[in-house]
Design a protein around this ligand. Structure first.
Ligand code: C5P
Length: 287
């Protein structure tokens, strides 16, 4: 974390991090061995419980603005989903899987037989599609219910991922999903996983992480996941799909995939998941 402190003090900037063909320049960056607690957003976090207490004492609802937010952005397969869930569980915070919202709209548009490039039709679909997240009582994985149908398994397919990425380039579709995403910000806190969480949806978040890994590593992780589910896929096809999605997500005009200027960059290539989780938690829970 000494890199972060140096960057904050303005004495020395960390060298740019290169990953996936991008060069990230950020004032903050952590290495996996870092354990220090000093990071500016921790001060913002310290104020949040006080704001909640004041609101409660005054008989006001705990406003969403007062709940702390950790944003976890990054490309497909960077491990955001797993890491966000583990961090949210460890903190006891709510979780927003914003990718599931885009997948749900892509899925609903497919069910309606829409042309995914028809911006007006897909926007209407985004506006009227009912998306609900349901936590099973037995503690299993969260189910995503789209227009009354449990679509959790369908949403995970590459077809839905590609449909999500295609409709996500439409500005009015993104606009239709903003309020839904903001509504997840509730006490005691929110971990928001996506592409534009730290840049567009929660720019005032106290904690921001940009998680990445090489395209090859991400393709291998996805391959393993899908194989374990018994799906027939090839590594080469997955790599092509991931690279195409990276280009589309980073190149779109609205809310492109970019690290927020104040995000901590974490390259998880070759790192055990527990090490990544520990690094993220160390940012939020100063020791
Ligand atoms: O994260 P996930 O792979 O489930 O997201 C599916 C697609 O939805 C992404 O490839 C991206 O195009 C889109 N998306 C987005 N903004 C978000 C989350 C996802 O554009 N915040």
């Amino acid at each position: 974390m000494s890199e972060c402190r140096e960057a904050m003090d303005g004495q020395e900037r960390p060298p740019p991090l290169r990953a996936n063909g991008w060069e990230f320049r950020s004032p903050y960056r952590v290495d996996f061995q870092s354990t220090s607690s000093l990071w500016p957003p921790a001060r913002k976090f310290a104020r949040a419980p006080l704001q909640c207490a004041v609101a409660l004492a005054a008989g006001l609802p705990v406003t969403s603005k007062s709940a702390p937010v950790l944003t976890v952005d990054g490309p497909s397969g960077s491990g955001k989903g797993t890491i966000s869930r583990m961090v949210a569980d460890a903190l006891g915070w709510h979780l927003l899987d914003s990718g599931a919202l885009y997948r749900a709209v892509g899925y609903a548009a497919g069910m309606e037989g829409l042309d995914l490039s028809d911006a007006d039709a897909v926007t209407r679909c985004a506006q009227h599609t009912k998306i609900m997240f349901r936590d099973p009582k037995d503690g299993g994985e969260t189910r995503v219910v789209v227009n009354g149908h449990d679509a959790t398994d369908e949403l995970r397919t590459e077809t839905c991922g590609a449909a999500a990425s295609a409709i996500a380039v439409i500005p009015s579709v993104r606009a239709a999903l903003v309020d839904k995403q903001l509504s997840f910000r509730r006490a005691p806190g929110l971990v928001a996983d996506g592409r534009d969480m730290g840049t567009v949806i929660f720019p005032d978040a106290g904690f921001k992480v940009f998680l990445t890994a090489s395209a090859e590593e991400r393709a291998k992780r996805r391959y393993k996941q899908l194989k374990e589910k018994g799906l027939s896929v090839t590594l080469a096809a997955l790599l092509r799909e991931i690279q195409a999605r990276d280009v589309r997500d980073a190149g779109r005009a609205v809310a492109p995939l970019r690290p927020a200027a104040d995000a901590v960059l974490i390259d998880s290539t070759g790192m055990p998941i527990e090490a990544v989780v520990a690094t993220v938690l160390a940012l939020v829970r100063p020791r």
